[in-house]
Design a protein around this ligand. Structure first.
Ligand SMILES: Nc1ncnc2c1ncn2[C@@H]1O[C@H](COP(=O)(O)OP(=O)(O)OP(=O)(O)O)[C@@H](O)[C@H]1O
Ligand SMILES: [Mg+2]
Length: 248
């Protein structure tokens, strides 16, 4: 199963009088890995919720596989910062229940893929933060989704666990060929994982940057160049200056 394309055409979203997105255009190609960065409150999570039809657009349209979205699509799965597990169910049951129609065998395979073999019977409460996030990845991926939307999935993890999880996400993406959209506050994480980085600010996409680095990526001078470039666009509106170099 391969990834799907996800497109927004002049997407606007308002909550009452609050304008959150205004005329946003983007296109994510099948199997592409896109990161979205931008300051808190600029509408990143709202955009993901519109793609999954958890919210509906005020104006414009979202197209998945070039067809307008008008229902929740089981080919698209979400992973959140908070793993949202059923604490009174075993790891295995969490995966099975999270994807109706999937067998225990599928769930065991998914747990193996994320490195949780042997933890099937454990309660989520005894797993570490990183393991809980692996479990939530297994639950999202067991049904072989064609797109995975990740809303700051690693935000609550320590630095070393984050690095492990970034490698895991990249490996699963390569193995399963889904389209990935990752919202992150971590510019370095965006450069590490994404084919394109979308920078959002004040209801809009202000810049899309193509990351032309081979994988697996190493934190060399070229890597740092992209980090600086992205930061420049994030900070631009704050300082009014475009050319400043920011120390990371
Ligand atoms: N259901 C809702 N009702 C009213 N306002 C909302 C709703 N959902 C989001 N908002 C508002 O929309 C704006 C954008 O929120 P959103 O969660 O998309 O931001 P974000 O970019 O994901 O921020 P963060 O980086 O802090 O997660 C915020 O001002 C938020 O309060
Ligand atoms: Mg958010």
């Amino acid at each position: 199963m391969s990834g799907i394309s996800i497109q927004g055409k002049k997407v606007s979203k308002q909550f009452g009088d609050l304008k959150v997105l205004e005329g946003v255009d983007f296109r994510v190609e099948p199997g592409e890995f896109v990161a979205i960065v931008g300051r808190s409150g600029c509408g990143k999570s709202t955009l993901l919720r519109l793609i999954t039809y958890l919210e509906t657009v005020t104006d414009g349209e979202i197209l998945v596989d070039d067809k307008p979205v008008n229902a929740i699509n089981s080919d698209i799965r979400f992973v959140f910062q908070d793993p949202r597990l059923l604490m009174w169910k075993s790891a295995l049951r969490n995966v099975v229940l999270g994807s109706p129609g999937r067998s225990e065998e599928d769930a065991r395979k998914a747990l193996r893929r994320v490195g949780l073999e042997g933890r099937e019977k454990d309660w989520p409460g005894v797993l570490s933060g990183g393991q809980r996030q692996r479990l939530s990845l297994a639950r999202a991926l067991v049904g072989q989704p064609r797109a995975l939307l990740l809303d700051e999935p690693l935000g609550a993890l320590d630095a070393l666990t984050r690095i492990e999880m970034q490698r895991l996400i990249e490996r699963l993406w390569k193995e399963q060929n889904f389209t990935a959209i990752l919202v992150t506050h971590d510019v370095s994480e965006a450069v590490l994982l994404a084919d394109h980085v979308i920078v959002m600010d004040e209801h809009k996409i202000v810049k899309t940057i193509k990351i032309e680095l081979s994988r697996p990526r190493v934190r060399n001078n070229d890597f740092a160049y992209y980090e600086q470039e992205i930061l420049k666009y994030i900070m631009k509106n704050e300082t009014g200056k475009e050319e400043t170099d920011y120390v990371i």
